[in-house]
Design a protein around this ligand. Structure first.
Ligand code: CP3
Length: 342
């Protein structure tokens, strides 16, 4: 039963047979079989093609024996589905040629309904049939991170335009984030209704904000997105990069599990979060290139720290880098399972 899978048990803070492990971006360019399959198909098109989505999602599960599959898609897929003109540029990320800056731009963000994404339902259903007892994690981008791509027009290190809008026109900012929370929540709901066993809300770039701004301008919108699946009974993971100062606020937004990047130890994260949340993380992806002995010792240390948490899902602190050696990931899964076996 999927409800007895190590991932769901850990997420809901129940005893596990071993620490579950999966990797953000486990599907993707680190796998030669992925590069081969993606040859000649644009990213956004691949995300809307059930044959490709199903196969790409399964590749890392077969190869690494991870404890969960993550649905192959992208945080901007639901934005494209409601009609936003955007592209995913290889080596860069999502690019929006006409950035969102004025009230009139809200007209370009209609609500997302399930009938706009029948292929997502089909892909999830096919995956559930193939995955058997391995849970599928659905996901969406959180309103702040989606807003950053829309307002900046592409990836940004400083999020200057986004912060200028947030502080300069809070009403427009809130209206924008309300629309994004609906879209994000609807995307999550479609995946769970089709059979996903858990979800992760990615607020990858929200670590750029101080606590006061997170509380004033962001938290309620992430709460709305997470609340869209609250009645469906699946665990909800809430993740960001550089969000050590926001962990408790991200938990309080409606998460069961809080993602921790490598800047804060799991021990410190638990001290900040208390007993009410499981944690996910937090191996620094850069260490994938370190000598195996060094890496293995770090993996074991993280498993040991995680045992003291109310629940622990092993993961990287951020996504698998494209140049990572996939065999190293497979070995990490083996070590986590062996070292954590109860
Ligand atoms: O295996 C998985 O984790 C599932 C697939 C997944 C992708 N994107 C596939 C993808 C997930 C969960 C995402 C989410 C996503 N997309 C996030 C949140 C996660 C994070 O990393 O913080 C963000 C910020 C994006 C936006 C985005 N899309 C970026 C930054 C990039 C990388 C650009 C690049 O080429 O370096 C993308 C494209 C993307 N999304 C790729 C993949 C496999 C690479 C595209 C390719 O293979 O050509």
């Amino acid at each position: 039963m999927i409800s007895d899978s190590p991932l769901v048990l850990a997420a809901t803070r129940r005893p596990v047979p071993h620490t579950p492990v999966w990797f953000m971006r486990q599907a993707g360019r680190s796998l030669p079989e992925y590069r081969e399959l993606r040859e000649g198909t644009a990213m956004l098109e691949a995300c809307r093609t059930p044959d490709l989505v199903t196969e790409i999602t399964l590749q890392p599960v077969r190869r690494h024996k991870v404890d969960a599959a993550i649905f192959f898609s992208d945080i901007v897929v639901p934005l494209a589905a409601v009609g936003v003109d955007l592209d995913i540029v290889p080596g860069t990320g999502p690019v929006v040629p006409a950035p969102f800056r004025t009230r009139a731009d809200l007209d370009r963000l209609p609500d997302l309904t399930a009938d706009a994404i029948p292929d997502i339902t089909e892909s999830v259903q096919r995956l559930i049939a193939e995955l058997g007892s391995t849970p599928l994690i659905g996901f969406a981008g959180a309103p702040f991170t989606l807003a950053s791509y829309l307002v900046e027009g592409g990836p940004s290190k400083t999020h200057e335009q986004t912060k200028a809008l947030m502080h300069g026109d809070p009403q427009l900012w809130n209206d924008l984030c309300e629309r994004l929370a609906q879209i994000s929540g609807a995307f999550l709901r479609v995946q769970v209704e089709a059979g996903a066993s858990a979800i992760q809300l990615f607020d990858s770039w929200v670590g750029a904000l101080p606590r006061a701004d997170y509380t004033a301008y962001v938290q309620r919108h992430s709460t709305t997105a997470l609340a869209a699946v609250a009645d469906l009974g699946v665990p909800r993971i809430h993740f960001g990069v550089g969000t050590g100062e926001l962990l408790d606020l991200m938990g309080a937004a409606g998460a069961d599990v809080v993602g921790v990047d490598y800047r804060v130890s799991l021990t410190d994260a638990v001290a900040r979060l208390g007993d009410s949340y499981a944690v996910q993380g937090n191996l620094d992806p850069a260490l994938l290139g370190a000598p195996w002995e060094v890496l293995e010792a770090r993996v074991r240390a993280i498993v040991d720290e995680g045992r003291k948490a109310p629940g622990h899902i092993f993961n990287l602190g951020h996504g698998v880098p494209p140049h990572a050696d996939p065999d190293v990931l497979t070995r990490i899964v083996e070590v986590v399972h062996e070292h954590s076996a109860r």
